[in-house]
Write a protein that binds this ligand. Sequence first.
Ligand SMILES: CC(C)(COP(=O)(O)OP(=O)(O)OC[C@H]1O[C@@H](n2cnc3c(N)ncnc32)[C@H](O)[C@@H]1OP(=O)(O)O)[C@@H](O)C(=O)NCCC(=O)NCCS
Length: 431
Amino acid sequence: MTEKNTLTVRDNRSGEEYEVEITDGTVRATDFGKIGKTDDSPGLAVYDPGFTNTASTRSAVTYIDGDKGILEYRGYPIEQLAENSTYLEVAYLLVNGELPNQKQHEQWVHDITFHTFVHENLKSSMQGFRYDAHPMGQLMSSVGALSTFYPEARNIKDPEVRMAQVVRLIAKMPTLGAWSFRHAQGKPYVYPDNDLSYTENFLSMLFKMSERKYDADPRLVKALEVLFILHADHEQNCSTNAVRSVGSSQVDPYSAVSAGIAALYGPLHGGANEAVLRMLKRIKTKDNVPAFIEGVKNGEEKLMGFGHRVYKNFDPRATIIKKAVDDVFEVTGVNPLLEVAQELEKIALNDEYFVKRKLYPNVDFYSGLIYEALQFPPEMFTVLFAIPRTSGWLAQWLELVDDPEQKIARPKQIYTGGRQLDFTPASQRWA
Ligand SMILES: CC(C)(COP(=O)(O)OP(=O)(O)OC[C@H]1O[C@@H](n2cnc3c(N)ncnc32)[C@H](O)[C@@H]1OP(=O)(O)O)[C@@H](O)C(=O)NCCC(=O)NCCS
């Protein structure tokens, strides 16, 4: 039998057969639109809430193999990048598609470093937030507001203009993120220190008080670099899809990234590590772990930080984070909750319930412990995700803008409401 890259579909309503092309393991939804299409009736559509089996784009940014636990940025394994690269080098790789040579790297680091300041009026606008404003809400609206400071950003067809906004966004995210934290704490905002590296400067803007120069422990800086690298991109997740969807209307990148931050704000996306921490605090001691696990197995609740929609054998980011935990605790002292987390992991990995369902620790299982050790309150955890994810969002946005196959995002629906009802004016309905 000769192999053909097509699918034969027989419509049993009419007996008609259709041949549908298979390309890269996918069929085109528009080809199904030809099935059963007549002048009176639209053709077949594909129903896929949450896009669980729909490819929305071709992309060369990030590769994931969930069964094998593989994550690669532009083809480079996450393990190698986390071990030997820096966040800014990874950001360059994501945005430009290849690693920088020395000159390109120096220029990139220089450009990012010298765009860290934000307009004073944006600072004033942040100062207008209520004293207890959530840092993610502050970040989302401040990034959206950046579009008003750079109106030229609307010119998305110009590659130079595009790249200027990419640099600005990556550079200003730590400033806005740190200020949202300082604001919520009632502390004065700290201006960027351009003598420092990207992550050192972020720590300085977060924690500096009256000292002349903030001196971060290099082990904490390295741990934060690793966390930033791990969170830089994760292909077509909810927030990336939001950036692409909003970006497909050809709006400026500040507005599109602000939509990504909004998506990340939701507890199903960026908030899981906070839930892990709450769970560990509730379990409190190692001795309470067996009873908690029994409760999970009886369906009373979920073991937060376990399981993943894509990774079914292990989450490669979790393995790397576990190593970073040790480095951080060497500086900050061990958090007693680590013992609870380790016991949970030990019991769950050997329990049939979890083994059978392929439930393993994910990236969030340990990241909350690190963030707490670094003295971040839980509301800041998602901000710490949004800052590095900005380079991934922008890499995906740049790809979208240049992709001739992309159109404005506009899904179909299956209409379930009433039809052709007669409207009676309120004066008669209420008489
Ligand atoms: C991540 C997650 C949403 C993936 O969900 P999913 O791919 O849709 O998997 P399902 O919800 O279909 O789970 C399959 C089975 O495992 C169980 N399961 C999944 N995650 C579980 C968990 N964390 N604890 C206990 N049981 C879990 C489900 O109850 C289901 O059991 P069943 O077959 O007896 O009904 C899910 O594992 C989860 O909620 N994890 C906890 C939250 C979390 O850590 N999120 C961060 C992700 S990075």
